[in-house]
Design a protein around this ligand. Structure first.
Ligand SMILES: Cc1cc2nc3c(=O)[nH]c(=O)nc-3n(C[C@H](O)[C@H](O)[C@H](O)COP(=O)(O)OP(=O)(O)OC[C@H]3O[C@@H](n4cnc5c(N)ncnc54)[C@H](O)[C@@H]3O)c2cc1C
Length: 464
């Protein structure tokens, strides 16, 4: 093994990973291509740049993003600590002065005696004798992405991401929606939201009128490349019936509450004009994605328009649809929950390239990959975090998504932000949402205790 560890990419994940390695007393080379080579989204040459919003999300630990931040604080994350120092007033969110925050992190890493910073594009993955963390994010440069495709043997390292929104299962109104598979084939795997003609036309009109987000993509031509992955608003635009012959096809879907499906008159009188289907996203069936609803509408517009769908009037959106270029790994096939590649344990991956989504999630991946890279170098066993913690739930999700028996397995692996639907159920179910989220928080922080800075000194987890 080479003595110096390598981190590729000084984004949110790479910055955290390099810091954890150096904090463990090991030398690390941090390779960042900016400013030598520009990314289409980054604006500066600083580390851990926030490419869009300046917010890490809700601050309160009884919210999913807030819980993840609190876990990271307790784990000794340098990114979150620096964000706290440079926080600006933002209601209940952790938002930062992005310039000061990035400059501070860059200065800290550049000044660290164990960190050497190299400004160049990494064109290939390192050799197997190099312990390395790959943290090149959703905009991984083309050359490295090509090498990565060769290494993983997978063409489905996605290069254009069109993700459908995900809603919390408990927020779907099953007095209006129903569970069934088309033609009752197999299990009743889908939740179906039926529309009559009037509802469908009103919905289509709302889609047509809704405001689009700026397509924050950089080779817009690729949007037309994926004809099978068109935004729902584009399908609506193509004709009054296009959606009804596509994702909103009603044929073969019947709610037993409508009467006897074998009675022709009953069938004629009651069949739906269009049906929106939701497919299970997680093993526990608590997250549901809207099938074929990849969209480029503004998030506020998505909430407004999609709540016109019968059964989704009170839908809680765990993730909104997005369209942007996004390189991410088919992690369930490739990574363990330690973030090591199964076929090369000396190579770890972190951040959005692993299929987590959002700033704090990228930091969490960086913490774990950096910690495990250091542990490997010191001959210690890599760790995974408890799935009852938000950081652990995310890493377990990306390592196992789609492998459970309850998931239909028909959907592509899609990036996942922190959310409570990823956590295992509580031993005693709590109906009240505020109390339930509070219980998730308490369980998480308790289970995280052996891994926190305060405990590390006394445990085998100590890396320094
Ligand atoms: C346009 C856009 C907007 C977004 N907006 C938000 C938002 O508002 N809120 C949110 O929570 N999340 C947002 N995200 C998601 C966001 O990318 C992630 O949350 C986060 O930045 C990912 O962190 P990361 O460390 O994985 O990647 P990044 O932060 O992108 O860091 C990767 C780093 O690797 C470098 N790099 C790439 N290839 C190479 C190479 N070959 N050699 C050397 N260096 C390389 C890049 O220059 C970059 O510095 C957005 C993503 C995009 C693309």
């Amino acid at each position: 093994m080479t003595a110096e560890l390598l981190v590729i990419g000084a984004g949110l994940a790479g910055t955290e990973a390099a810091w954890q390695i150096a904090s463990a007393g090991l030398s690390v080379r941090l390779v960042e291509m900016r400013p030598v080579r520009r990314s289409p989204a980054h604006h500066s040459a600083e580390f851990a740049e926030l490419v869009c919003s300046n917010s890490f999300g809700a601050l309160s630990a009884d919210r999913a993003a807030g819980l993840l931040q609190e876990e990271l604080r307790r784990l000794g994350s340098v990114v979150i600590r620096t964000a706290d120092i440079h926080a600006v007033p933002a209601g209940g969110a952790l938002a930062v002065d992005r310039g000061q925050y990035s400059a501070a992190l860059t200065a800290m890493l550049e000044a660290h005696p164990l960190v050497s910073v190299e400004r160049c594009e990494q064109l290939q993955l390192p050799e197997a004798n190099q312990i390395a963390v790959l943290a090149t994010g959703p905009l991984t440069s083309d050359a490295l992405a090509a090498d990565l495709r060769q290494f993983t043997g997978r063409e489905d390292c996605h290069f254009f991401d069109a993700a459908s929104p995900i809603v919390a299962g408990e927020s779907i109104d099953l007095s209006r929606a129903f569970r069934a598979s088309r033609y009752d084939k197999g299990d009743a795997d889908y939740i179906n939201c039926p529309m009559d003609r009037e509802q469908f036309l009103a919905f289509r009109e709302a889609l047509l009128q809704a405001e689009q987000a700026e397509l924050k993509d950089f080779d817009q031509a690729s949007a037309s490349f994926f004809e099978g992955c068109l935004p729902i608003e584009e399908l609506a635009r193509r004709g009054e019936d296009t959606m009804r012959y596509g994702p909103l096809k009603p044929i073969g879907l019947w709610d037993p509450r409508w009467g006897d499906v074998n009675d022709r008159d009953v069938r004629r009188a009651n069949r739906a004009y269009a049906v929106v289907q939701l497919r299970q996203e997680d093993k526990g069936g608590r997250l549901w994605n809207l099938v074929g609803f990849q969209t480029n509408l503004k998030w506020g517009e998505q909430a407004r328009v999609l709540r016109l769908i019968p059964g989704l009037e009170n839908a809680e959106f765990v993730r909104f649809g997005v369209m942007h270029r996004n390189t991410f790994l088919e992690s369930p096939q490739l990574l363990d929950a330690t973030l090591q590649f199964r076929r090369r344990p000396t190579l770890l991956a972190a951040g959005q390239i692993t299929g987590t989504e959002g700033y704090a999630a990228a930091v969490a991946g960086g913490w774990l990959a950096g910690t495990n890279a250091a542990r490997l170098a010191m001959g210690q066993t890599p760790i995974s975090l408890p799935p009852t913690t938000m950081a652990g739930a995310l890493t377990h999700f990306i390592a196992t998504a789609g492998c459970g028996e309850s998931r239909s397995g028909k959907g592509r692996f899609q990036p996942m932000p922190p959310n409570f639907g990823l956590l295992p159920e509580l031993a005693e179910p709590i109906r009240d949402k505020r109390r339930r989220y509070g219980a998730y928080r308490d369980r998480s922080l308790q289970d995280l205790e052996p891994f926190t800075l305060a405990s590390c000194a006394d445990t085998a987890l100590q890396v320094a």
